[in-house]
Write a protein that binds this ligand. Structure first.
Ligand code: NDP
Length: 333
């Protein structure tokens, strides 16, 4: 038997998430690798799944948790054997396939990435899907800048949703690469914290969140945006000639009330970043760069540890934008 969060939806109880005990025999038969989960995390999407605020869960009953790090206990997959340390992100896990907010999981071996040398399972989940997505955003900008001949320090990079999981790790990564980072936040009280992560300047997100002009003063050589809506439109409108914006989130909204002006008049490039179905080679590159390039003391500063049961309460907090940094879940607490 093992402990897990389980989401169910019935006519009698409605939509409900509870801490429960499950039998290993109940794990999804469609998986070919069984993993003892060491650490999981709580992401924005997990908040949606646990509370039912948005229909991310597509089959019931379901164990939530879009990511985990753990140790293989049994495998029918040629790439994995018992004892291998692995990471899982995305592929619909925690949405349509049982996920990582549990002490055991069974998933497809094709979805797994080896835990990179030098990274502990706890650190991997402190990074989690949010940090891995931040890395995918930074990689898109790095590739763009390399082609455009942009050097670190030659301009400012904007990070929106700065106190969130994606935002805080993006700040640490970009600052670590030598970029001048401007952090946009609704929580100016966290200015010292954001500067400790490497932000050179902290701005009020209110300056970006309302409808703005199609073209604004050129400021950013690059943007990591986890917010969407007017914020993303304004970020594009104030990106410098030839600069790039990596868009991965929708914390403000899914809409994009923008014009084509920045793209056709300033050659701005908008990169869409998806972590869920990203190909294996890009995942491995992202995790390798995280293992080598992310300052561990900054990671420790943004990490808060909770247990499985507390993850249910924290789900509402993350949706309310009250979580700072990353929540790592000790499933064995
Ligand atoms: P968090 O909840 O940790 O952070 C989101 C941050 O956005 C908040 O901390 C807050 O930052 C800011 N924010 C919240 N509400 C608003 C608002 N109404 N207007 C402007 N800013 C707001 O979430 P994550 O960092 O984990 O995820 C961020 C986004 O990225 C989510 O939309 C998530 O779904 C998406 N995502 C997408 C992935 C992909 O594959 N494309 C993968 C992972 C996440 P502050 O308080 O500093 O203003």
């Amino acid at each position: 038997m093992f402990k897990a969060l389980l989401i169910n939806k019935t006519d009698d109880t409605g939509y409900r998430c509870a801490l429960t005990e499950l039998d290993e025999a109940q794990l999804p038969a469609s998986g070919d690798v069984t993993v003892r989960v060491d650490w999981s995390t709580l992401n924005y999407k997990d908040g949606l799944a646990i509370t039912g605020k948005s229909p991310v869960v597509r089959s019931f009953p379901l164990v939530p948790g879009i990511d985990f790090a753990g140790t293989v206990t049994a495998s029918e997959h040629p790439r994995w054997k018992a004892g291998d340390r692995v990471i899982l992100n995305g592929f619909g896990v925690g949405e349509s396939h049982w996920g990582g907010l549990a002490q055991m999981a069974r998933v497809k071996g094709d979805w797994l990435v080896a835990l990179p040398a030098g990274l502990s399972a706890r650190e991997a989940m402190a990074i989690g899907t949010a940090g891995y997505t931040a890395m995918l955003c930074v990689m898109a900008l790095q590739k763009h800048w390399a082609e455009a001949g942009v050097k670190p320090g030659s301009g400012e990079v904007l990070v929106t949703g700065a106190n969130g999981g994606v935002g805080s790790i993006a700040i640490a990564l970009l600052a670590g690469l030598g970029h001048t980072v401007v952090a946009s936040t609704g929580r100016l009280g966290e200015t010292d914290f954001l500067k400790s992560l490497g932000a050179a300047e902290v701005i009020d997100r209110g300056t970006l969140s309302a409808a703005g002009k199609p073209l604004q003063k050129e400021r950013w050589i690059g943007v990591v945006d986890s917010v969407g809506s007017h914020t993303l439109a304004n970020a594009c409108a104030s990106t410098r000639y030839g600069g790039a914006v990596a868009a991965c989130g929708l914390a403000q909204g899914m809409d994009l009330p923008a014009s084509v002006a920045p793209f056709i008049l300033r050659g701005v490039t908008l990169y869409g970043i998806d972590s869920v179905m990203a190909p294996l080679a890009r995942r491995e590159a992202a995790w390798a760069q995280l293992a080598s390039g992310l300052d561990r003391s900054k990671l420790a500063a943004i990490t808060h540890e909770i247990g499985l049961e507390a993850a249910m309460g924290a789900a509402s907090d993350i949706l309310a934008g009250q979580v700072r940094g990353r929540l790592v879940v000790n499933v064995n607490a």
